[in-house]
Ligand binder design. Sequence first.
Ligand code: IMP
Length: 425
Amino acid sequence: MPVTLVIGAQWGDEGKGRIVDFLSRGAHVVARYGGGSNAGHTVRVGDKTYKLRIVPSGVVAGVDHCVIGPGTVVAPGQLVAELDTLEFNGVDTSRVWVSDLAHLILPYHVELDKSAERERGEDALGTTGNGIGPAYVDRVARTGIRAGELLDMHRARQALFARTHAVRAQGIAIDLDAVAAELEQQAARIVPHIRDTVSLIHDELQAGHRVIAEGAQGSLLDVNFGTYPYVTSSVTVAGGALSGLGFGPKHVDYVIGVVKAYQTRVGGGPFPTELADKQGDELRERGAEFGVVTGRPRRCGWLDLVALRYAVQINGITHLAITKVDVLDTLYQICVCTAYEDVGKGSLPFAIARGAKPVYDSMPGWLKTTVAARSWEDLPFNAREYLKFIEAYVGVPIAYVSVGPERNQIIVRQDAPIGSTARVR
Ligand code: IMP
């Protein structure tokens, strides 16, 4: 069986975690291909809520292997804390694997991230403060330290000390002896999880097992295709799964774009359909739109179909999974952005940066609760019309409709690529 990609089609926080959790039941491997603990993937099972930051969401469903891939950046202390919390909550983490090629986020990356934000002043990007940007900078500058280095602490120490001068030259006061000692402690816990994940994934593919590549953040935060510079530092789009895990396009069968029924953004940067009014507040309250990692209130607005069509193109999305449809249950009228005014020439991020003004289509709400809907037919007529409008505009089918945080609140359409019960454990 091949690889299915699950990617965010907006500015992150689309609900990828719960979709991956749901699809995990038909998979053997779930693998994160980019980003780090800037992500906050939430999986709710019964009365338990799991907040995952770097460990793939498949861990809750108990897939055979959870891979933190070569394209990720891993904060050792954060990983140890996450593994411990999961174990404490009865989740088996023995088959969480960190690629030896993944880069480490070290304390000085966090300090560099914070100091760069301070320097930007009013133009701050609003990063999560997890050191993501500086860790990726070190990777491309060829001065990073990889997880595989922890297998030989002597080498890791040497690599760390080799960084001393450059880090201090950037104005970061850091006690590298203390950092090295802490890293040694963390390494003792992490080393059993470090391995060659490239071979692992290829062995699984060879055996005919399904692999889910779990995206982090969203397409509009992609370092190439997003609303630069208000982006993260990784490749969040579908292509990033190939370079971030190490397989070719021939293995991919489906690309599932996860999209919220409205739009949110956290951090700085332009947001054409933002609602800085009561309507926005209502979406935030009803949708509990507060960051998992930072607790920051998320900016809320109407669904931007222009941006969604762009996401469909740059990712090759084959199916959509739409989440939080229930949040719209109480609205009399729902707007969707179907064009931008006077965008001029250039690609979409430039149009958005120039202050694109949204043109809306509006449609009547359904004013009925959807939380108990378990099939397409259970959804109110106007809700189906809303979803059909989205499908028609972007040209790909909606395969999954989520109407609440529970596992059984995902409606699977007839032609959905993966059903819910393929490999229930
Ligand atoms: P960084 O990834 O911490 O460098 O932050 C860069 C930008 O990406 C900021 O606007 C963050 O708010 C945003 N960002 C990073 N991770 C996430 C996420 O998981 N969800 C939503 N926004 C995110």
